[in-house]
Design a binder for this molecule. Structure first.
Ligand code: NDP
Length: 453
């Protein structure tokens, strides 16, 4: 059977679904291939179920905080199967919505892996699809380091399917996923250790934020094991795992989660044979129009090594469709991408870190910072504190970076991102009236720099 398409998308994750739907809306004939689940990592084993787990975990803080406000909270009990079942039901619902969205926009969904036979032919099971354009949007897959006993560890996909909630966990890694899951496990009651091979988690983020969140997580009861690397994991007779580290120490836990980055998912696509250029880390080289080195084949999302964030993949898809099926007026802008890390408390961040700003604009940076106990915690008894900082270029007063560790950081940073993208200056922040009493008001009430470079 032979079919002719304008666009065949391989991968129905955030980027692939958006590209397929938007292209179909222009009248193009589009098929999308998916061999696993609709919605990709974000919907199935990423952002969405992770955030549901974060909500579940945060209840423990609320129960703890309530007594200072006069509530007597009886002994609480957390039931993992209930959370897991409810989460699974919600993900199934979302899978259905993705199915309807694609269907409704006239995209043909093909439940199969795609193999690219040539620049205009994709093999999907027993079908041979001929197409004007091929778009690879196959995302990433968890990286499992190669050490003895790694088969006794789980990755960040497996963690969503755990049958039993562990009493103790070792989380390996110091990035987004490791820090978020350390918070989730701890909040849900597991004795949690975070092992990071470097000296300070969240490499690449603002150093003060990294130190601050480490202190907050430590104060909340998460154990940190830094400057030492996992060397092996041993399965004990009682089913527990013994982690051995390069400094000679060891730690036992029910579950060991490796959250050690993600690799581009290109296996089986046939890229080598086609001569599609890849980087050392396996990501596909794509230009600003998402074209790969082979004409007729494009790629976007996590698989091309740009920031592995759902909104980035979605915006790339919008640009791609505009470039291919519209007036080619839209280019991806990677500047000032706001992001949140759903640690507990969460981090919101946008633009340049203090270190990067000082490097890029030497002798021209002012740092405004505020650190305080949020009003709620004056009665809650919680030791949680809040950090907010603005990175400002002195010569033109432009706000180059915003960083915070605070309840609702993700919500707050989203709004500030609009102002900063519009070119807000510190004077603009200063003449904005605060919303009182909130934590976010600190951003418009910081009067003098804490540090100047
Ligand atoms: P990250 O790249 O953020 O972090 C990987 C971590 O694992 C780093 O601390 C790294 O250490 C460590 N690591 C890598 N290889 C090894 C190894 N062989 N042994 C020991 N440690 C190792 O990846 P994540 O897996 O946390 O997340 C993947 C991506 O998903 C993120 O980069 C982010 O783009 C996205 N994401 C976004 C979220 C959000 O928006 N809230 C949430 C979750 C994920 P080192 O620093 O030394 O390299």
């Amino acid at each position: 059977m032979s079919d002719k398409y304008d666009l065949v998308v391989i991968g129905a994750g955030s980027g692939g679904v958006r590209a397929a739907r938007m292209a179909a809306a222009t009248g193009a004939r589009v098929a999308v291939l998916e061999n696993r689940y609709l919605g990709g990592t974000c919907v199935n084993v990423g952002c969405v179920p992770k955030k549901l787990f974060v909500y579940a975990s945060e209840f423990s803080h609320a129960f703890h905080d309530a007594s200072g406000f006069g509530h007597t909270v009886p002994q609480t009990h957390f039931d993992w199967p209930t959370l897991k079942t409810n989460k699974d039901n919600e993900i199934n619902r979302l899978n259905g919505i993705y199915n309807n969205l694609l269907d409704g926009s006239g995209v043909e969904i093909i439940h199969a892996s795609g193999h690219i036979a040539s620049a205009d032919t994709v093999i999907a099971g027993d079908r041979r699809l001929t197409t004007e354009r091929i778009l690879i949007a196959t995302g990433g897959w968890p990286n499992m380091p190669d050490f003895p006993g790694s088969e006794h560890c789980i990755n960040s996909n497996d963690v969503f399917a755990l049958e039993h909630f562990p009493a103790s966990v070792v989380v390996i890694g110091g990035g987004y996923i490791a820090t978020e899951f350390a918070g989730i496990f701890h909040g849900l009651g597991a004795d949690t250790t975070l092992n990071y091979r470097g000296d300070l988690i969240l490499r690449g983020f603002d150093r003060e934020v990294r130190e601050y969140i480490t202190a907050q997580m430590t104060a909340s009861g998460i154990h940190f094991l830094c400057n030492t690397d996992i060397s092996s994991v041993e399965l004990l007779p009682d089913g527990r795992r013994r982690c051995h580290f390069s400094d000679g120490s060891s730690r036992d836990a029910d579950t060991v989660l490796c959250a050690t980055g993600r690799n581009p998912n290109t296996e089986g696509l046939g890229l080598q044979a086609l001569g599609v250029q890849l980087r050392k880390d396996g990501s596909i080289v794509a230009d600003d129009h998402f074209a790969t080195s082979v004409p007729g084949i494009w790629a976007l999302g996590d698989v091309i090594g740009t920031p592995a964030l759902t909104p980035v993949a979605i915006e790339q898809a919008m640009c791609f469709v505009n470039q291919q099926f519209g007036d080619d007026s839209r280019l991806m802008d990677y500047d000032q991408i706001p992001t949140a890390i759903f640690t507990q408390p969460p981090i919101g961040t946008l633009g340049l870190s203090e270190e990067d700003a000082c490097e890029q604009y030497p002798q021209d940076i002012d740092i405004y910072r505020s650190e305080f106990r949020a009003l709620k915690h004056t009665l809650s008894g919680s030791a949680e504190r809040t950090l907010m900082k603005l990175v400002v270029r002195r010569s033109d007063d432009r706000v180059l970076g915003v960083h915070m560790v605070s309840e609702a950081a993700g919500e707050i940073i989203q709004s500030l991102a609009v102002a900063v993208r519009m070119g807000a200056t510190k004077a603009d922040f200063d003449r904005t009236l605060p919303v009182h009493p909130t934590a976010a008001e600190e951003f418009v009430t910081m009067r003098s720099p804490s540090r100047s470079y």
